[in-house]
Write a protein that binds this ligand. Structure first.
Ligand code: DGL
Length: 279
């Protein structure tokens, strides 16, 4: 790959695969003038059932790659990576890699908005096994809103369904219903379901179908986008390093054509991705 083709000054958006596109879409709307580089590690997705060490190593590689591509700011648009790798990268790696660069996650901005949404103060969190086992959501939410009762459900099959293009299949019906029924049966007072995985909005049509109509489904994209906008306002020194030509460049660790087709369908516009290797 030709280094000069990198968009230096773009904001990096990273996910294990397609899920981060659900965050990118809202970020592009909120910050349309900025440049972005999307990086999906589709060849190694899903991350959700992998160990802490492996998720950390993969995420670190992706962040370093995005830094090499000229990003000063990287958003981990992946809850699993945010839960398992963000703190170590921020506290241990950034000071030696480059103390001026920043890496932000999606869990904190999502947790911040929960308190204004739930009325009953009983919520359900759906996520990958890695995110749920990390207990990051209950910790972050209860730090801000100690009165909220949180029930969590790991849905290990949901990301593979999306990554394998099975979101509309009867298999998706089975696994979506199974986890929603399990979660809702634990506490009928749940009035809000937080989709704590960026892939899950790609199953939203199925999730809606099996969720009681009175229950609000909370997706992350808009909240992460607003939080990023606010971050750039509060950090003019970082904002000044971010270029604004309204471009987005897409990279995947999988075959580029494999990625481009479903990504174009989801984004509603034709995109041509490039292949990248991570090591
Ligand atoms: N989109 C990632 C998340 O938000 C999915 C992780 C995976 O690859 O399992 O957690």
């Amino acid at each position: 790959m030709n280094r000069s083709s990198f968009q230096a000054g773009a904001i990096g958006i990273f996910d294990s695969g397609y899920g981060g596109l659900t965050i990118l879409k809202d970020i592009q709307e909120e910050l349309s003038a900025y440049d972005f580089i999307y990086l999906g590690d589709n060849a190694r997705a899903p991350y959700g059932t992998r160990s802490f060490e492996v998720v950390y190593q993969f995420t670190r590689q992706a962040v370093c790659r995005l830094f090499e591509m000229g990003c000063h700011l990287v958003i981990l648009a992946c809850n699993t990576a945010s839960a398992k790798a963000l703190r170590t990268i921020q506290q241990r790696d950034l000071p030696s890699i480059d103390p001026q660069r920043r890496v932000l996650g999606v869990i904190r901005p999502t947790a911040e908005c929960v308190g204004e949404i739930t009325q009953s103060r009983h919520i359900g969190v759906l996520g990958t096994t890695g995110t749920i086992n990390s207990k990051s959501y209950p910790m972050e939410i209860n730090k801000l809103y100690p009165d909220i009762i949180i029930h969590s459900e790991a849905c290990p099959m949901w990301v593979p369904l999306v990554e394998n293009g099975e979101s509309d299949s009867s298999g998706a019906d089975y696994f979506v219903k199974r986890h929603l029924d399990a979660l809702m049966s634990r506490d009928p007072q749940i009035d809000t379901l937080l989709l704590g995985c960026t892939h899950y909005p790609l199953l939203l049509h199925k999730i809606r179908q099996y969720t009681p109509a009175s229950v609000r489904i909370l997706t992350q994209g808009m909240h992460v986008a607003r939080s990023l906008k606010d971050y750039l306002l509060r950090h003019p020194e970082m904002d000044a390093k971010c270029t604004r030509h309204g471009t987005t460049t897409y990279y995947t660790t999988e075959d580029a054509a494999f990625f481009s087709r479903p990504a174009s369908l989801f984004l509603g516009k034709n995109i041509v991705a490039h292949h990248v290797t991570l090591e």
